[in-house]
Design a protein around this ligand. Sequence first.
Ligand SMILES: *Cc1c(COP(=O)(O)O)cnc(C)c1O
Length: 371
Amino acid sequence: MVPWLGEEEAQAAAAAVLSGWVAQGPRVAAFERAFAERVGAEHGIAVSSCTTALHLALIALELGPGDEVIVPSLSFIATANAVRYVGAHPVFADVEEATGNLTPETVDAVRTPRTKAVLAVHQGGVPADVHALRAACADWGLPLVEDAACGIGATVGGKSVGHGALLAAWSFHPRKVITTGEGGMVTTDDAGWAERLRRLREHGMNVSAAQRHASSKPIAEAYLEVGYNYRMTDIQAAVGLVQLGKLDAIVARRRELAARYEQSLAGVPGLRPVRDPRHGEGNFQSYWVLLTEDYPVGRDELLAVLAEAGISARRGIMASHLEPAYAGHGAAPLPVTERISRDSLILPLFHTMTRDQQDRVVAVLRGRAGG
Ligand SMILES: *Cc1c(COP(=O)(O)O)cnc(C)c1O
């Protein structure tokens, strides 16, 4: 991944610095409005990362000790960790092989009377089937939170990921499709949650710095509950506004490059590239390929061959339950998760990638397959 940043972002950041508003201010408010509108949510609450966004989303649901939250193990570890932050217990569910995402069936397999919520991920930018998951969660009486860290620009049934979500958490880390350096967002249609999360990101204060600044009279703030400093800065939001304006171009380019990979790799035995699911379109944030037994070498050897050719690929999505931080945590068998994590790799794909660069990657993959 190489973020697509330029002079426009640099100038927007410089304007924020020169305005004197460098912490959370008017640009954050503008970014929240623009982002929420883009994904079709009523409210956006900008925060410092997707990890802190997930933490706040789980606080909104008032989860705590004794509660179980079903999460995919096949995800960046922050997904499971957020459950730990509120004192609840992450229960790892398996994923379907085609998308790397939870399904109603994989969730149901680990559901217990202590299950209090489901946290689904739009893994690598492949949208989860949220219509099926929302219907199942409604039947079970469980709230569905969406880890949309990788989801911006992906769609389900023609609507943006995040549309109709109870609570969705987003990331603007440089590995994602659009970036603010570090940064995150919660989106929701619930005005009560939005108000509480705005307060919680700012130490639990009942008046924001912007409101105090705008008032002609001195305002004494009160701290209504124990909150956090999870704010985004106006410098970040200034960059985010420019990036949001480029989103359509970025996603179109990523989909074009993904289609070209798919074509060029067709017929290579033992390679199964990630594709759009039936229910939506991905943003191809992570272009991963799964190696099957028909490919002549294993994943780690292929990564080494690529590295030798000067190509920076990465191991596939991690399996959180196998990390030392989750030693002794316990999990049901997760065969698909372990297979995808062990046998997949993420190929280079970035906005300014040239045909030549892409052809070099394809040549190594084909060459090693003897094709
Ligand atoms: C990147 C990522 C996160 C963490 O995002 P940050 O903004 O770096 O905190 C969480 N969940 C998933 C699925 C991710 O890919």
